[in-house]
Design a binder for this molecule. Structure first.
Ligand SMILES: NC(=O)c1ccc[n+]([C@@H]2O[C@H](COP(=O)([O-])OP(=O)(O)OC[C@H]3O[C@@H](n4cnc5c(N)ncnc54)[C@H](OP(=O)(O)O)[C@@H]3O)[C@@H](O)[C@H]2O)c1
Length: 346
């Protein structure tokens, strides 16, 4: 049986990942820093590289679910690289994602392989399809609320400290730190959510994963005010949210739109991370070494495999959502014909 090590196995997300691996027939090796929470597992602290090497002995891949990733991503990824096995993490910390993407490896390394990061990268890549470049990628997160875990809150604190309280955006082909307030607008989510107030330029992993492999000038993430307020209010995670991830790409006058729906952003991160490992271990990665999801995998095929956890809808006749009626409507664009087989087209 193929063994996959889960680092941070007893955390909220780690437990979903362990269950998903077991469901898919993998032998799971539990790891993390606290031996008391790992009966029968292989504890290892991130500042003990020898213990990490021992923990990884004989495993075929590693999924890192222990955040803040500012502390765990590099040591665990480097241990996986030393062992010559694939590394996947669920980090949504821009600076940690950048550190991981800067590694060099012969084995596969995929950061941000989760709801925030990997999913939008796959969606944007699939929506662009045959395009070689886009002017804009917009990723709007329509969360019904957000009851963050302690790990998410800690990751947010660490990221804010790392960037000195600033926010970060990707505009004009580059990352830019800013200290002005987030812009707000209304985003026209598809029904049943409908138009909702959102914060724009909401610092999100998408601004480093997508431009890493797609030629694009601006990547803008949006978060429903409901979602952002839930994050700010914190409290116990006693309910799962429903989500709509609405991705619109624009190249010149052509717009394409793709929508993902589901519930529980933590639970769905498990099929995303496990599908990634499964594809790497079964020879279905497109590139070798370090790459985000959209570059590593056949995005459309990967998204189809996420059903029933996440349903994908390609807008066959997208309404123009970017800056209203700035451009005249044109005849059906290149993706408006048959759509992608296996997807429900609206
Ligand atoms: N990209 C996404 O969409 C996505 C989705 C889900 C989760 N995440 C991220 O994944 C991380 C975990 O989230 P969660 O919901 O599972 O939180 P959680 O339930 O609070 O679990 C956090 C886990 O990380 C471990 N950990 C923290 N710092 C560590 C360190 N320095 N060394 C070793 N282990 C450490 C904790 O171990 P101890 O109990 O020993 O402290 C615990 O196992 C967060 O950063 C979260 O933002 C991202």
């Amino acid at each position: 049986m193929t063994s996959v090590l889960v680092y941070g196995a007893y955390g909220h997300t780690g437990r979903f990942v362990v269950a998903e691996l077991e469901k898919r027939g993998y032998d799971v090796v539990l790891s993390g820093r606290n031996a008391a929470k790992l009966p029968g597992g292989r504890p290892a602290s991130v500042d003990d590289s020898a213990a990490l090497d021992r923990a990884l002995d004989g495993v075929a891949a590693v999924i890192n679910c222990a955040g803040p990733f500012a502390e765990t991503a590099l040591p665990v990824a480097e241990a996986a690289i030393r062992a010559g096995v694939p590394y996947v993490d669920v980090a949504a910390e821009i600076e940690a994602n950048l550190d991981t993407l800067a590694l060099t490896a012969d084995s596969a390394v995929v950061p941000a392989m989760a709801f925030f990061g990997g999913l939008a990268d796959l969606l944007a890549t699939a929506a662009m399809g045959d395009w070689t470049a886009a002017d804009e990628v917009h990723v709007a997160y329509g969360l019904s609320g957000w009851r963050p875990t302690e790990g998410t809150l800690a990751a947010g604190r660490v990221s804010r400290e790392r960037r000195d309280g600033k926010r970060i955006r990707f505009a004009g082909g580059q990352l830019e730190y800013r200290d002005d307030a987030l812009p707000t607008r209304e985003w026209p989510f598809p029904e049943p959510l409908g138009p909702r107030p959102v914060f724009g330029e909401f610092s999100m992993a998408d601004i480093v994963t997508i431009p890493r492999h797609l030629r694009v000038r601006d990547v803008v993430s949006y978060m429903t005010v409901d979602g952002a307020q839930g994050l700010a209010a914190a409290g116990e995670r006693d309910a799962a949210e429903t989500f709509v991830v609405d991705v619109v790409v624009r190249a010149g006058e052509d717009e394409r739109r793709i929508v993902a729906r589901g519930e529980d952003i933590y639970a769905v991160s498990a099929p995303l991370a496990v599908e990634a490992v499964d594809r790497i271990l079964t020879g279905r990665a497109k590139v070798k070494g370090v790459a985000p999801a959209g570059e590593m995998f056949d995005a459309a095929d990967f998204l189809r495999a996420l059903a029933p956890h996440i349903t994908i809808e390609l807008a066959a006749r997208p309404e123009r959502v970017l800056r209203g009626s700035r451009r005249p409507r044109r005849a059906p664009g290149p993706c408006q014909g048959g759509g992608i087989p296996g997807w429900r087209n609206s």
